[in-house]
Design a protein around this ligand. Structure first.
Ligand code: FAQ
Length: 309
């Protein structure tokens, strides 16, 4: 087959919204875009263990501690499925980890914000996992097979995480005045950064057009942000918390909520590495990586011994 034939085959698979699989021919730019997005996604899951991990030792009951431990372990699992999906594109997990630790690949902006109170565990479940689900459910139908299949399982678990966060906040809202104030304060801090998780507005999203044409992304950043707002406002009403946006109101004509403009300069700064916790998150990850060197060495030695036997 000529390159033109291969390209035509690739284009036909994308046009009928079918899957590209690891052994199929693909344009180099498609492969590079997938590595960038899947790696960023995997790194987010791994770095994303830190903000909630901060509260494992201080969870208020054994039950809450067990739930939080299980949730943080799930995030590790998501990172591993995603690194595996990325490896099918011809890059190793070791290389991906080096790119993260060297600051050459990104992870989600949201994990550069601190978790200052236990209510943040609930808010992360409700808003951050909620935003992650809005973004990730369409990725189950992404054009690259291994990524889409990894997303199916991840979405099931994220949906459970979102509900545990909402249940935690609901319990606190039924508690004391002080607990309700903690929830409100936490929602005030996390609302805008959660909207920023969907990425820059469409007119400033350099990758969207190409990624949507290739079926990697099925919806634009702004479409998904709107969906998240529409789903979340009624949940906030049931919970009894105020979302910190004076411009938030139902638009009967559009049949969507109108909402204010996130601070895009803040998002750029956080993506650049100047967020409140960027340095701390990477330093913690580098230390964990160094501390775990003996485990990797032992596992490699064990695998080599197995080969000799
Ligand atoms: N943070 O042209 P676009 C989770 C970068 S969920 C940091 O719009 P694209 C679950 C972007 O990479 C969180 N960087 O880019 C969990 C690009 O960089 P470049 C992870 C951002 O790719 C919950 C540049 O800006 N989810 O972990 C962000 O088309 C609780 C221009 O942007 C995913 O990764 C950002 N928010 O769209 C875990 C989902 N936004 O070109 C623990 C998969 C943009 O310089 C606890 N990813 N950038 O390399 C996606 O859907 C897309 O990659 C977007 C960005 C929508 C994030």
């Amino acid at each position: 087959m000529t390159t033109a034939d291969l390209e035509a085959h690739f284009d036909a698979v994308i046009a009928r919204r079918d899957r590209i699989e690891p052994r199929d021919w693909m344009p180099e730019a498609y492969r590079r875009t997938l590595i960038r997005q899947i790696a960023q996604h995997a790194h987010s899951e791994i770095i994303g263990m830190q903000p909630e991990g901060n509260w494992i030792g201080r969870a208020p009951s054994l039950r809450r501690k067990a739930i939080l431990l299980a949730k943080v372990q799930d995030e590790a699992g998501h990172g591993l499925y995603l690194y595996s999906a990325c490896e099918t594109l011809g890059i190793s997990r070791g290389e991906l980890v080096e790119l993260l630790l060297g600051g050459k690949q990104k992870y989600s902006s949201i994990f550069n914000y601190p978790t200052l109170s236990y209510a943040d565990v609930g808010t992360i479940g409700w808003l951050v996992d909620g935003a992650a689900i809005c973004n990730q459910v369409p990725l189950c139908r992404t054009s690259y097979g291994p990524y889409g299949r990894a997303m199916i399982r991840i979405c099931k678990e994220e949906s459970f995480h979102q509900r545990q966060g909402y249940e935690l906040l609901m319990t606190m809202m039924r508690g004391t005045e002080e607990q309700r104030a903690l929830v409100q304060e936490s929602v005030d801090r996390f609302w805008w950064p959660s909207l920023m998780m969907f990425g820059p507005p469409d007119e400033h999203s350099p990758n969207s057009e190409r990624s949507m044409a290739w079926g990697i992304k099925r919806h634009s950043n702004d479409e998904l942000r709107q969906k998240f707002v529409d789903l979340t406002v009624p949940q906030a009403e049931v919970l009894g918390v105020r979302l910190p946006d004076p411009e938030l109101s139902w638009n009967a004509e559009r049949e969507h909520y109108d909402f204010g403009r996130p601070d895009w300069d803040e998002l750029s700064a956080v993506i650049r590495g100047d967020g409140p916790c960027n340095a701390q998150r990477l330093a913690h990850r580098r230390k964990a990586h160094d501390d775990g060197a003996w485990v990797r060495e032992a596992a490699t030695a064990f695998a080599e011994r197995g080969r000799d036997d």
